[in-house]
Ligand binder design. Structure first.
Ligand code: 6PG
Length: 479
């Protein structure tokens, strides 16, 4: 009997190819399929010695090469191409088989596809995979959704190829249908926020202290040995230390300052709005990218006056880098707290029962936002699964409270020097908003009632009320 494959990968561009190689390197026989056969051939020619591959010439041959339940990983472009491939394979598969979408799909699409395939007796697993090309090959962080049953056959393979931290795989079943892709979406949103905060730190150190990128790289290297230890801080130091070969200038000075995006940050913000969760860090980071990309608007406003920028000096300057570290840490805690709140809300809305401690645990390694402090986040949610916000959890609370003076001073320095810090500022405003005894929302309610009779609730009585604003006496009545 010819040997069958325990899993197959269709779509062999770099991510699909690296996942297939990773699976084969872990001793799994992998069936390969690609629309154009050339890619399949190349993979076998270049990497065939890494493990057992079964190259297929057609979708039929690919499906026949798989042992039951068949597990087909689809690694093609999100949107219509994914639908087309799913439709093609759904025709060829049998009840109990599993289709895995490992791309960055929108979780609503994943829910739709899962429901449609469930009707046909097929399992559909939308899974987040983070860590880029290198991660896919050497150990990504993996966030699979879909049924529990599908995880029984698929989980062990995914756990094999995932990154490991303290021996624990960075992969766990997230929850039914779209839960995996939802969590991956929020991961990417947090990634945007984290990157923006780091970028603002750089801008502050340059603008307020006049440091060169290479000096700032050293500061980031130092930070990376402490509580900010993370992949994003590590690569930031590398990028800042890099010199452009053609001009000899710092690399960061020859790159056009217009940040792009493929859209997962935007999805996160859209869903945050739908769920009513203030993920202001992610939103500001996404808008900061948009602002940077509006070249015409920026050109048109170039001459607008700002404060004169005299770099800090003396003891202010000496303290500043340290203060920025504190502001960065506190703002990061806020951004992560908001992201986890969004997962909590998504989980409640869709009945996913997502374990936040497990999410923090599988983000500790392999993914783009991997960081030392995710282990502290894991511990916080494990100790208190219903934690309303990371900001009130033991060590985080203390760290943010200890950082607040420096945080305020950094934001005010930025404002005085005219250095835009939307990420730092919104994080601080969120912190102050949450801890405020009274918010001006009461006035907003009054305005709404005045112009639209939208009613308000009172602090001293139950029920909804409306004031007759038009009459001189302005009587109040329950609405
Ligand atoms: C990852 C990354 C990955 C990718 C995103 C972000 O987790 O491996 O998040 O998914 O880099 O597509 O890209 P944009 O910045 O282009 O939106």
């Amino acid at each position: 009997m010819t040997k069958k494959a325990s899993i197959g990968v269709t779509g062999l561009a770099v991510m699909g190819r690296n996942l297939a190689r990773n699976l084969a390197r872990h001793g799994h026989t992998v069936a390969l399929h690609n629309r154009s056969e050339q890619r399949t051939r190349e993979l076998v020619e270049q990497f065939g010695s890494e493990g057992e591959f079964i190259p297929a010439h057609s979708a039929r041959e690919f499906v026949d090469a798989l042992e039951r339940p068949r597990q087909v990983v689809v690694m093609v472009k999100a949107g219509a191409p994914t639908d087309a491939v799913i439709d093609e394979f759904a025709e060829l598969l049998e009840p109990g088989d599993v289709i895995v979408d490992a791309g960055n799909a929108h979780f609503a699409d994943t829910r739709r596809r899962e429901a449609a395939l469930r009707e046909r007796g097929l399992h559909f697993v939308g899974t987040g995979v983070s860590g880029g090309e290198e991660g896919a090959l050497h150990g990504p962080s993996i966030m699979p959704g879909g049924s529990k049953e599908s995880y029984e056959s698929l989980g062990p393979l995914l756990e094999d190829i995932a990154a490991k931290v303290d021996g624990t795989p960075c992969c766990a079943h997230i929850g039914p249908d779209g839960a995996g892709h939802f969590v991956k979406m929020v991961h990417n949103g947090i990634e945007y926020a984290d990157m923006q905060l780091i970028a603002e730190s750089f801008d502050l150190l340059r603008g307020a202290l006049g440091y060169e990128p290479a000096q700032i790289a050293e500061i980031f290297r130092t930070w990376n040995t402490g509580r900010l230890d993370s992949y994003l801080i590590e690569i930031t130091a590398e990028v800042l230390a890099h010199t452009d070969a053609a001009t000899g200038k710092p690399f960061v000075d020859v790159v056009l300052d217009q940040a792009e995006q493929k859209g997962t940050g935007r999805w996160t913000v859209q869903i945050g709005l739908d769920l009513g969760i203030p993920i202001t860090g992610i939103a500001e980071a996404t808008f900061a990218r948009s602002l940077s990309g509006h070249a015409n608007l920026r050109a048109a406003t170039k001459g607008l006056a700002g404060p004169s920028r005299t770099p800090l000096s003396g003891s202010d300057a000496e303290r500043f880098a340290d203060d920025v570290e504190q502001a960065l840490y506190a703002s990061k805690v806020v951004a992560y707290a908001q992201g986890f709140n969004q997962i909590q809300a998504g989980s409640a809305e869709y009945g996913w029962n997502v374990d936040l401690g497990s999410v923090a645990s599988l983000w500790r390694g392999g993914c783009i936002i991997r960081a030392k402090f995710l282990d502290d986040i894991r511990a916080a949610f494990e100790a208190e699964p219903g934690l309303p916000t990371l900001l009130t959890s033991g060590d985080f609370r203390k760290a943010v409270e200890d950082a607040q003076d420096a945080w305020r001073s950094v934001v005010s320095t930025a404002v005085c020097l005219g250095i835009p810090t939307p990420g730092f500022s919104t994080a601080l405003a969120y912190y102050d908003g949450l801890r405020a005894d009274r918010l001006p929302a009461a006035l907003v309610q009054g305005q709404r009632d005045y112009f639209g009779a939208h009613t308000y609730r009172r602090v001293d009585r139950e029920g909804s009320f409306h004031t007759e604003w038009a009459t001189g006496a302005r009587p109040e009545r329950p609405a």
